[in-house]
Ligand binder design. Structure first.
Ligand SMILES: Cc1cc2nc3c(=O)[nH]c(=O)nc-3n(C[C@H](O)[C@H](O)[C@H](O)COP(=O)(O)OP(=O)(O)OC[C@H]3O[C@@H](n4cnc5c(N)ncnc54)[C@H](O)[C@@H]3O)c2cc1C
Length: 412
């Protein structure tokens, strides 16, 4: 565990004020500090309180959007750069874990399971495309029999195995980054909500009991941005997603459920994703809602998704259930940019933020230090505002999401 950091009281100065203590903010703060900057980080709650402490712990390769779409948007050369950035992001997570000796259950491999017959062809085509155009050699197609050797998961037609993926314990990773940042000299304040000027023209960040005066501000608030900077809020949509943890499974079930201790996910639009924890629990993410509230009983909400895939867990108790907000963008690519002279931001990791938000922090630090190459590449992907902006984005999104989740259920 990590002892609480104090709240900010009074006025202080720094080179950079980072707002948000998730992977984006912590990674930015750590990388900036390593470059010699004097850094203050403000977190409204506790570090890791947002999605970074609540996610499924899958560390996927590439970008959240598929490479075919990215090629259409930015051309093959830039798409290759973005693919490589996605691979570097996974490596960055591993490097930080090793360098700072973060004990966070790091494992490897992801099995992406075809939930509909036609998904098999799409997975095979994706493997071929990534091998031939990107030289990526870590993929293999697994037939249903080969899948059955690795997992007793029901209802799948084949799978794509990606050896380049990693998985980890998300909160342990976030707290490890916070410890590393604090040890490097970042001044962290918890329970401290920061309010910058929305036009980014001033480096002053006001808080309830003080203020930070800085040259640069990094915004790492993602789905918890609220209305802090209204013009950014319309670029992302917070969607609630839910995870349950079973009791530790009997030892004979572990190799049946997940022989090689890999992370697993399926091809449904409302994706199911799961992995084992070090103490033998199944951590299963599935189901989302598009309202401002969580379901009253998260365990009961997610359990049917798990039982559909693992009916043999009928008698296994669900001990924990929680939810968090995923910040999605319309094209599922993150939204990088600047406001005025002072504010730098990265948000909208669309469920792929364990590697990408970590990388975003690194790229934000590079950019503030004068090398904007990686930042500009990420920012070159067009960002689209949700129709209706902050006020009216909900009805359209809800209709769209319900349509696709209905297609999941109808098997189309
Ligand atoms: C249930 C769930 C499952 C997921 N599963 C995966 C997965 O398996 N793999 C994957 O790659 N991604 C996954 N994600 C997405 C991933 O967790 C996020 O993309 C990533 O954690 C975003 O990091 P962040 O630092 O940008 O934001 P966050 O971790 O959300 O941090 C933002 C922080 O900003 C703080 N904040 C907000 N406003 C202010 C303010 N004004 N002042 C100070 N602080 C403020 C908040 O309190 C919060 O702590 C999942 C997300 C959820 C919710």
């Amino acid at each position: 565990m990590l002892a609480a950091f104090p709240a900010l009281e009074g006025e202080i100065e720094a080179d950079v004020c980072v707002i948000g203590g998730g992977y984006t903010g912590l990674s930015a703060a750590l990388h900036l500090r390593k470059k010699g900057y004097d850094v203050v980080l403000l977190e409204a709650e506790r570090v890791g309180w947002g999605a970074s402490g609540r996610n499924g712990g899958h560390v996927g390769t590439g970008q959240r959007a598929d490479q075919h779409s990215i090629e259409r948007w930015v051309g093959l050369e830039a798409a290759k750069g973005l693919w490589q950035t996605g691979l570097d992001a996974v490596q960055k997570v591993c490097d930080l874990i090793h360098e700072h000796q973060i004990d966070c259950e790091l494992g490897s491999g992801n099995l992406h399971l075809a939930a509909k017959p036609r998904d098999v062809g799409e997975l095979q085509e994706e493997i071929e495309h990534l091998e031939s155009h990107y030289g990526y050699q870590h993929l293999a197609y697994l037939s249903p029999d080969a899948v059955a050797e690795r997992t007793s998961a029901q209802g799948f037609y084949g799978a794509m195995l990606d050896d380049g993926c990693r998985h980890l314990h998300p909160l342990k990773y976030a707290l490890g980054l916070a410890r590393a940042a604090a040890e490097a000299g970042v001044r962290i304040y918890e329970g401290t909500r920061g309010q910058p000027a929305a036009d980014g023209r001033s480096g002053e960040v006001k808080t309830a009991d003080g203020c930070v005066r800085a040259r640069h501000i990094v915004l790492g608030c993602n789905a918890y941005l609220g209305n802090l900077i209204p013009r950014l809020a319309g670029n992302i949509m917070p969607i609630n997603n839910f995870v349950i943890a079973t009791e530790p499974l009997p030892s004979h079930l572990l190799p049946r459920i997940n022989r090689d201790n890999q992370s697993m996910s399926d091809t449904l639009f409302v994706i199911n994703y799961w992995k084992l924890s070090e103490d033998g629990r199944l951590l299963f993410g599935g189901g989302e809602n598009y309202s401002s509230r969580f379901p009253r009983d998260i365990k009961a909400f997610v359990r049917p998704h798990m039982l559909k895939i693992y009916p043999e867990l009928e008698d296994i108790e669900i001990e924990y259930g929680w939810g968090g907000a995923v910040g999605i963008t319309l094209n599922r690519m993150p939204d990088f940019g600047r406001i005025g002279d002072c504010i730098w931001y990265a948000q909208g990791f669309s469920g792929h933020g364990v590697p990408t938000a970590t990388m975003a922090g690194h790229l934000l630090a590079e950019a503030i230090d004068g090398d904007t190459t990686g930042f500009d590449l990420m920012a070159s992907v067009p960002t689209h505002r949700f129709p209706g902006g902050t006020l009216l984005r909900w009805p359209g999104l809800v209709a769209g999401m319900l349509f696709y989740s209905l297609r999941d259920r109808l098997g189309r």
